[in-house]
Design a protein around this ligand. Structure first.
Ligand SMILES: NC(=O)c1ccc[n+]([C@@H]2O[C@H](COP(=O)([O-])OP(=O)(O)OC[C@H]3O[C@@H](n4cnc5c(N)ncnc54)[C@H](O)[C@@H]3O)[C@@H](O)[C@H]2O)c1
Ligand SMILES: CC(C)=CCC/C(C)=C/C=C/C(C)=C/C=C/C(C)=C/C=C/C=C(C)/C=C/C=C(C)/C=C/C=C(\C)CCC=C(C)C
Length: 606
């Protein structure tokens, strides 16, 4: 095994090897749907700094060639119940829930395929995940398995392969850990606690105390029927059915993970570990990470587990899009929304009535749901001069997180012989945890699903946070050179955990924050919003409704934030709120408006 876990659990504790399906069996399930390049290409042959040359993405030709009809049309002479801008996981989840209730829906996606950051693309026999690769919410029990539930909403089911770990950390060396702090987050909770406690024996009780608090949250979430927190009829119903769970969640709404961690843990090195536990999914340390989100992430990884969808992460979006169409909805690609049409001019009176595409087509709807970031939705599709007050507040409280620099590599399988863990985190210096190009995230999905690469090869997808400003004002030649230089540096660092990586690499494609901006249509290529000051837990995050009537936001700039299962939850909430506003689900209108006012007062004050 080349990516060694430095401390191995006692044999009795070690989990069984993952059930990796044979290549032949997996390829039968693999979808060869339409593809197109989400990353920019880097030329025919790359000269690596250590003297070898490898094939880079040669052309923008989709691989394999498109085999499906790509719908680019939907009727424009009807009024839809909902026009959804963007077919990322947030938009698709909303649309799936809406069509299942009989709503007339059109999803307008700028790109050629569904899924947004959770899509995939194909090159030379490799199927690469665009961004997301660590899938929560794909379990089979409880109520928090939101991806499974969302697929079921439109009659779909997917096969996935269980990951034996959520992630393996390769953290900085210190006096106490001369070989580095190496921790595997095992699928079994007790095994993870044991491994971490072996590293920090004096904190055994504190470790259990902190993570057990997370279970209080998760167990409360996991009995609720998860829908819109902006809908009082539903909320009161859940309070009546599950009073303890709701009160527990309410008590954590304004809490951040760092506060709870410090209640139980004193060791500064262990507190730094809790910071990176949060950072890898929230891109901020524990003090800025809402405790409810930590409860969800730190427990679902052991409850439903991390599961890799067979055929690649992009299959989820493809299945959802097909399901939406089967249920009577429309999903239109190459549909670039330039403007959200708003009638009325006075704040409070304005109403969204449809959208206009770059090619001039107009789609009218009783509601408009934007899966673009709030910055793209308001500044770019409505007008910076028309920002509602609540949006001004959002911009004060939240800023754009960095984007990512990504490296998609095809490597000879020998270099990863015996490797069983899909996700790894590498950090050499704690002081650089929050810096651009500090933490390196690694995903090797072929250890779970070999069908993603040709026989004898693996995929290594490595990415690191980076700012778009680092890529501005470069000539095309400078841009290409900068990409190659940084890619070489990242590969060199990765050799610490994958010796021989550079020599084994046969294919490499590089994406920068500019690539993310261009292909995901996210301002500055941002990964999502992060708090600009200490947040009051989840209270300051906006829900789905906006101050413009009929306009809703879904995705990672709405409650509960970043994460594929998080944006799917945001889609469940959004669809529920829209259905009640359309009269397709029951509500109590008088209570509704009073509750809406109360909620915005609490949020504005928090
Ligand atoms: N960006 C990454 O590299 C990355 C990595 C890991 C995880 N993720 C996760 O992915 C999730 C993002 O999900 P999401 O649903 O909020 O957003 P998303 O960015 O994945 O999807 C938004 C979709 O809307 C489309 N779109 C945007 N503007 C449009 C317009 N004007 N017209 C038509 N289509 C338009 C985009 O093409 C995209 O498909 C987040 O949870 C994030 O944590 C992202
Ligand atoms: C009054 C009122 C309003 C209220 C009352 C009380 C109550 C009832 C409350 C309730 C609440 C709720 C329901 C909530 C919910 C929440 C949720 C669902 C959440 C979720 C979350 C999730 C998350 C956050 C997730 C995330 C994830 C992520 C981000 C991931 C990512 C990953 C990555 C990036 C990593 C990768 C790695 C490598 C590659 C290594």
């Amino acid at each position: 095994m080349l990516l060694k876990r430095s401390i191995v659990l006692p044999a009795s504790k070690a989990p069984a090897a993952p059930s990796v399906l044979p290549h032949s069996l997996l390829s039968a399930c693999t979808n060869v749907g339409f593809t197109s390049p989400p990353c920019q290409t880097v030329g025919e042959v790359l000269q690596l700094s250590h003297g070898r040359s490898i094939r880079a993405a040669a052309t923008n030709t989709p691989y394999p060639p498109p085999s499906r009809v790509i719908p680019t049309e939907a009727p424009t002479d009807v009024e839809y119940d909902a026009v959804v801008v963007g077919g990322g996981m947030g938009g698709l989840a909303t649309a799936a829930r809406l069509v299942a209730k009989g709503a007339k829906v059109v999803v307008l996606e700028k790109y050629l395929l569904p899924g947004g950051s959770a899509a995939h693309f194909k090159r030379e026999g490799f199927t690469f995940d665009v961004g997301s690769s660590m899938m929560f919410g794909m379990g089979h029990k409880g109520t928090t398995n939101l991806i499974t539930k969302c697929l079921e909403t439109v009659g779909r089911k997917m096969t996935s392969v269980p990951d034996p770990t959520q992630v393996v950390y390769h953290l900085p060396k210190s006096d106490r850990f001369p070989k580095g702090l190496n921790v595997a987050v095992w699928r079994k909770y007790e095994e993870f606690l044991e491994e971490l406690s072996q590293r920090f024996p004096a904190e055994r009780e504190g470790i259990k105390g902190f993570y057990d608090e997370c279970w209080k949250i998760f167990n409360s979430l996991n009995v609720l029927d998860l829908k819109s927190l902006e809908e009082p009829r539903y909320l009161l119903g859940e309070f009546a059915k599950q009073p303890v769970a709701c009160l527990t969640l309410a008590s954590f709404l304004a809490t951040n993970s760092g506060d709870v961690a410090r209640k139980y843990i004193k060791d500064p090195e262990l507190l730094r570990f809790i910071d990176i536990e949060c950072f890898i999914w929230s891109t901020v340390p524990a003090d800025l990470t809402p405790m409810i989100n930590a409860g969800m992430v730190f427990c679902d990884r052991h409850f439903g587990g991390i599961n890799y969808p067979v055929g690649g992460v992009g299959r989820i979006g493809e299945e959802l899009a097909e399901g939406i169409v089967e249920y009577g909805g429309h999903v239109v690609y190459k549909a670039n929304v330039k403007e959200i049409l708003v009638e009325g001019s006075a704040e409070g009176d304005r109403r969204a009535v449809g959208v206009r595409l770059a090619d001039g087509r107009v789609f009218r709807g009783k509601t408009v749901i934007s899966n673009a970031t709030r910055w793209d939705t308001f500044e770019n599709m409505i007008g910076a001069d028309k920002l509602p007050e609540s949006e001004k507040l959002f911009r004060k409280r939240f800023k754009k997180s960095p984007s990512f620099f990504s490296l998609h590599m095809g490597v000879k399988a020998e270099v990863l012989q015996g490797e069983a863990d899909c996700h790894h985190i590498l950090l050499e210096d704690w002081a650089k945890m929050e810096s651009a190009r500090g933490v390196i995230f690694v995903s090797i999905p072929t250890v779970l699903d070999p069908s993603l690469a040709p026989p004898g090869y693996h995929i290594v997808h490595a990415f690191t946070p980076d700012w778009i400003d680092n890529w501005k004002d470069l000539s095309p030649t400078e841009y290409e050179a900068a990409k190659e230089q940084l890619a070489d540096q990242i590969c060199e660092r990765l050799e610490a955990i994958i010796p021989g990586l550079r020599a084994a690499t046969t294919f490499r494609e590089v994406g920068t924050p500019r690539t993310h901006r261009r292909y995901l249509n996210r301002e500055d290529g941002t990964y999502g919003p992060i708090p600009s000051r200490r947040p009051l837990g989840m209270l300051s995050m906006p829900f789905n409704t906006t101050d413009i009537k009929g306009l809703y936001c879904v995705g990672d700039s709405s409650f509960p934030g970043q994460g594929v299962n998080a944006v799917v939850f945001s889609g469940f909430g959004c669809a529920h709120r829209v259905l009640t506003d359309l009269g397709l689900e029951p509500s109590w209108p008088v209570l509704d408006s009073a509750f809406g006012k109360l909620l915005s007062t609490v949020r504005n004050a928090s």
